[in-house]
Design a protein around this ligand. Structure first.
Ligand code: PLP
Length: 408
């Protein structure tokens, strides 16, 4: 529903909310599978999935059932007690990742905070001088002060400087710059294997291998931030599986909860050594509701054929998008990404294109450097891909027609 027809909801937010979001003029009401519906009943094909969160689509019957049942049983119990769901979920994530120590939280940025603390605790055991973190330019790791301090984008950092000291940024895929930045003072190296917010830029295998080699050489912790690219999004359960380089710590969130707020920081036993009783915690982290949902979500993502589907449908989408780019070369420049984490570099302003696509009933989201991101639910099918291509094509045609009008 557009603003004019929903004044109360929008006006209330304008009056009472921190004005930190630029919301689109749509009031969403419900979702089913790969579609969402606004309060006026308009249907949208959802190719952004709550920014990569709704990996299993909306209102997945299994997720909905688990939430209903668990909500009626025990939502929260605190980390003072055990409950039935954390252990089994930790075991499954650990077996899938080969990382045996897990901390559960509620969001991506919290997972990264835990990772940074672990890296610093590890460094401190060796020397008080070993506290530096090496990160990448154009990276995004979250909005809390620690995660923001390792986020390599000026626009997010500017208003909050000075941030946590001792962070060095290097350009992605620049092996020489990485080699120069990492040294005895390095406690950790943090990498998004595919930069998401920055504009869908995958790291090269050579760069990731070099990071592993340097981390080993200088006894630093290698952290993979798989908050956006993990949990099946690239067609493997974790994106690092494509490269075959094992991290010391990995952060996941978004898809791991199938839409429910859930994050996790996974570590080797060695990397986790510094985190003893009382060094870290979260009131809500690992709550019974979140853990029950996490078990169901991981069941589904690891069910036979699921990841094969992501790979196949990702290839189909790529192939269809290549055709779209060829048909509209004045609107699209190139396609990047892997699996169902794709970015279209635009020749027209991405924000305007996102708005145009929405008018046609397609939800997508922008990213850095004038990119439009496609992060569909992992259950998207071929028919929905074809529908998406038709909607993207219609939005592109609007731009071409407008340009023609202007030129005439
Ligand atoms: N790291 C990456 C790679 C992300 O894409 C995001 C969110 O987009 C975050 C961290 C922060 O996650 P959250 O917004 O759940 O705190």
């Amino acid at each position: 529903m557009e603003i004019a027809t929903a004044p109360s909801v929008v006006d209330l937010e304008k009056q009472y909310l921190l004005q930190n979001y630029a919301r689109y003029p749509v009031v969403l009401h419900r979702g089913k599978g790969c579609y969402v519906y606004d309060t006026a009943g308009k249907r949208y094909l959802d190719l952004l999935a709550g920014i990569g969160v709704n990996a299993l689509g909306h209102a997945h019957p299994r997720i909905t059932k688990v939430i209903r049942e668990q909500a009626g049983r025990l939502i929260h119990s605190s980390n003072l007690y055990y409950h039935e769901y954390t252990g089994p979920l930790a075991e499954r994530i650990s077996l899938a990742s080969q990382l045996p120590r897990i901390f559960f939280c509620n969001s991506g940025t919290e997972a990264n905070e835990a990772a940074l603390k672990m890296a610093k605790a590890h460094g401190r055991k060796i020397s008080p001088e070993k506290f530096e973190i090496v990160s990448l330019e154009n990276s995004f790791h979250g909005r809390t002060i620690g995660a923001l301090s390792v986020t390599g984008q000026e626009s997010y950092r500017r208003d909050f400087e000075p941030l946590v000291p001792g962070v060095r940024f290097v350009p992605r895929n620049d092996l020489a710059a990485l080699e120069q930045a990492v040294g005895d003072r390095t406690a950790g190296i943090i990498l998004e294997l595919v930069q998401g917010e920055g504009g869908i830029y995958p790291l090269t295998a050579a760069f990731v291998r070099k990071a592993r080699e340097l981390a080993d050489r200088y006894d630093a912790i290698l952290i993979f931030d798989e908050i956006q690219c993990g949990v099946g999004r690239t067609g493997k359960f974790f994106a690092y599986e494509w490269i075959g380089v094992q991290p010391d710590i990995m952060c996941v969130a978004k898809g791991i909860g199938g839409g429910f707020p859930l994050g996790a920081c996974l570590a080797t036993a060695e990397a986790a050594k510094g985190m003893t009783v009382g060094t870290h915690g979260s009131t809500y982290g690992g709550n019974p509701l979140g853990m029950a949902v996490g078990n169901a979500a991981i069941d589904l993502v690891l069910s036979p054929g699921f990841l094969e589907h992501v790979q196949a449908i990702g290839n189909y989408l790529r192939q269809q998008l290549a055709g779209l780019i060829a048909e509209h070369p004045s609107v699209f420049e190139e396609l990047r990404g892997q699996g169902l984490m794709l970015g279209l570099k635009m020749r027209v302003p991405n924000t305007e294109f996102v708005a145009g696509a929405r008018q046609h009933g397609l939800l997508i989201v922008g990213a850095g450097e004038n990119v439009v991101r496609l992060l569909p639910p992992l259950i998207v099918d071929e028919e929905q891909v074809r529908e998406a291509i038709a909607l993207l094509s219609a939005a592109a045609t609007d731009f071409e027609t407008e340009k023609k009008t202007v030129a005439a």
